[in-house]
Design a binder for this molecule. Structure first.
Ligand code: G1P
Length: 294
């Protein structure tokens, strides 16, 4: 049987971003920059590099700036062209999503990640799809979703990204249950959302990258509130695993930063800047004395 790769990706971006107030009073948190690129652009580029062609934003009030970012700014373009700023034009071109390839729909109430994904059901239809949580920014040689696409091409079904965490942090994540941990591709036998360390079935956390079958929508439709009083994607996935759907967890190569958190966001800025030939040396020079002063 030929396994067709997902073409569509869902980006749940309706959150308020209160952890970054006052920066996010007017500006969506997904516009916060890591070095010089908004957080959301990292996820969009990762999806594009993995072969995704249709980008579905699940937004809320006051998130229009996110659509604008992936549109053409004709006025700016004309000025840059007149000034022969071709390098800047190239930088901007990486932000364009072709006409008809960005689809925006709204989550009217903040009812949880499961509900946000469910909002995309009519746009996804009956095909496999990816979900990327833009707060999870991943620095890797090969984009994380591309690594997962390879697992999907081999196994089909559903694929989740995972990474080991200290068990004491299990109540921040979805935690997977696996029979053995001795490979990078792990058949899953369960998943629990934000368990206490005592109840965590492993120390393997779900990172915000999923390849899913559309069957999840029927479950999300009826899904009751779970952890934190929200409709959890994890709970619907747990039911699908129980029904016998194949699920694989992929231990990806790369470093994940939680950019919904201040320390994660600041660390991402430093890590990504240190990868840049134009910034690495001057940044080292600037921060080393600061660290010594402490
Ligand atoms: C969500 C998921 C959780 C996953 C996490 C990864 O939680 O519900 O299973 O481990 O993303 O970042 P959130 O961070 O939205 O609370």
């Amino acid at each position: 049987m030929k396994i067709c790769p997902p073409r569509k990706a869902v980006f749940p971006i309706a959150g308020l971003g209160t952890r970054f107030l006052p920066a996010t009073k007017v500006m969506p948190k997904e516009m916060l920059p890591i070095v010089d690129k908004p957080v959301l652009q990292y996820a969009v580029e990762e999806a594009r590099d993995a072969g995704i062609t249709d980008f579905i934003f699940i937004t809320s009030h006051d998130k229009g700036m996110l659509e604008d970012h992936f549109d053409v700014n004709h006025e700016l373009h004309a000025i840059l062209e007149k000034r022969k700023r071709f390098a800047d034009i190239k930088v901007l071109e990486a932000t364009f999503l072709p006409a008809g390839h960005l689809i925006v729909t709204r989550q009217y109430e903040p009812l949880g990640l499961g509900h946000a994904v469910w909002c995309a059901r009519r746009i996804i239809g009956d095909e496999p799809f990816a979900v990327l949580l833009p707060d999870d920014v991943i620095l890797s040689k090969k984009p994380c979703l591309a690594q997962m696409m390879e697992v999907y091409a081999k196994h089909g079904g559903n694929v989740l990204a995972t990474m080991p965490i200290p068990k004491s942090q299990s109540s921040r994540y979805g935690i997977i249950d696996v029979a053995s941990e001795d490979s990078d591709i792990l058949p899953m036998r369960g998943i629990v959302e934000k368990p206490t360390p005592e109840k965590a079935p492993s120390n393997l956390a779900v990172v915000g990258r999923y390849i899913l079958q559309p069957d999840v929508f029927d479950l999300l439709e009826k899904q009751k509130c779970g952890a934190g009083g929200e409709i959890q994607l994890t709970d619907a996935l747990a039911t699908l695993i129980g029904m016998g759907q194949p699920f694989h967890a992929c231990r990806f190569e790369g470093q994940r930063f939680d950019c919904g958190d201040k320390v994660g966001f600041l660390s991402a800025n430093i890590a990504f800047a240190l990868q840049r030939p134009d910034l690495s040396a001057p940044l080292r020079e600037a921060i080393l004395p600061l660290l010594k002063e402490i």
